[in-house]
Design a protein around this ligand. Structure first.
Ligand code: SF4
Ligand code: SF4
Length: 372
């Protein structure tokens, strides 16, 4: 199993689609309780819980808020849990602003670091705040020169008016810092913001950018290079190797979130929502899965086996009107169909050994939700 560990719910940025929107969010139907700013449980309590997990190996993802606002807890957890041999892999999902404050030996102990960055300087700074792009790039250069050799994934959040193809092309190839692993997620159906937005028009442009990107992905494969574009890689892995999934982010199935109060929820966005708590650190991990399940319209959808329902939170708590939800689903189906279009040629490249099955491997539930 994989556990997100919320080191603090606090953040040092106020991104457009996160804290920026939370200020204008009308009263939600869900009741949120305040979560403590630092973990209230001991390392021993965490270790005792993890030891009960029979589904070894266990991985921990440090998450927030911004997890690096509680560096001491991260260091203590890595030191203690390594000593107790409870954790196989440590991950970090961060906005990257404080990466230079975590000592090198801890940075280099991460299997994967996901860094929030949305594209070029203008896009990233518009979404996340002036100077964020420059600081993130400087910190990434620093950890790379300090020999971090785990996977570094650019984690984009996208919405209108950004130009998705230009931004992802920039992240793949630029003079500041290029990535070969990228995941993106649409900011869609999370807030009561549909009426204020121009999503309907923008999603048409996004879909045509998906076609351009799929073609580019294939053209690189013809040269023997499989770019780790997680939404493409995850779905293509299923198409080629006939693997179906439940919900692809794994929330509430093999991926859970430990809150600072010791409660356990299905995913970080459910932090503080009592009705979505599945247990706590005294619970038996094997009793956590499948307490919350994807509902209609997903279970009767023709793409359920590949899509898995996209997002448990928005499936249980849809905040967009049906029109907007249909636009998201049409886009998911468009993406799946575009990948089905190139599947035969990818199979040929595999048969000719220009690329290999291994190129499509990834660690399941590594914070990349696969379906944008
Ligand atoms: S495409 Fe839409 S309806 Fe179908 S499974 Fe995915 S989220 Fe659910
Ligand atoms: S996609 Fe999964 S991890 Fe992401 S918000 Fe939805 S339920 Fe949570």
């Amino acid at each position: 199993m994989i556990y997100h560990v919320i080191t603090t719910p606090e953040c040092n940025l106020c991104c457009e689609y996160c804290c920026g929107k939370s200020f204008s969010e009308p009263e939600s139907k869900l009741v949120f309780e305040t979560v403590p700013t630092t973990p209230q449980y001991s390392q021993k309590e965490l270790a005792d819980f993890l030891k009960k997990d029979l589904d070894k190996p266990v991985s921990l993802i440090f998450y927030g808020g911004e997890p690096l606002l509680n560096i001491d807890f991260i260091k203590q957890t890595i030191d203690y849990q390594k000593q107790q041999n409870t954790v196989e892999n440590f991950f970090l999902q961060t906005n990257g602003m404080l990466l230079d404050e975590l000592p090198k030996e801890y940075v280099n102990s991460f299997h994967t670091i996901l860094v929030s960055i949305d594209g070029n300087q203008k896009t990233t700074n518009t979404n996340r705040g002036l100077g964020t792009y420059e600081k993130i790039v400087s910190n990434l250069k620093k950890i790379s020169s300090n020999d971090f050799n785990g996977e570094l994934i650019a984690r984009m959040t996208i919405e209108e008016p950004t130009n998705f193809f230009d931004d992802i092309s920039f992240l793949l190839n630029n003079k500041d810092f290029s990535f070969s692993s990228i995941h993106w997620q649409l900011d869609a159906n999370m807030w009561h913001d549909y009426k204020k937005r121009d999503f309907s028009n923008w999603i048409k442009q996004y879909n045509s950018d998906i076609t351009r990107l799929v073609d580019y992905w294939l053209s690189e494969m013809r040269k023997g290079r499989v770019l780790r574009l997680y939404p493409f890689m995850g779905i293509m892995n299923s198409l080629l190797f006939k693997k179906n999934y439940f919900l692809r982010c794994g929330s509430g199935i093999g991926n859970f979130t430990i809150l600072p109060n010791g409660k356990i929820s299905a995913c970080p966005i459910m932090s503080g929502v009592r009705e979505y708590y599945l247990g706590d650190l005294n619970s038996d991990p094997k009793n956590l899965p499948f307490k919350l399940k994807i509902k209609e319209p997903c279970v009767s959808c023709e793409e359920y086996a590949l899509c898995g329902g996209r997002c448990l939170y928005s499936n249980l708590n849809p905040v967009w009107p049906k029109k907007g939800i249909n636009e998201i689903c049409d886009s998911v189906k468009y993406l799946i169909n575009e990948l089905k279009r190139i599947e035969p040629e990818i199979q040929e490249l595999l048969d000719k050994k220009i690329i290999s099955k291994k190129d499509f491997d990834f660690l399941k539930y590594n914070c990349c939700e696969i379906i944008p």
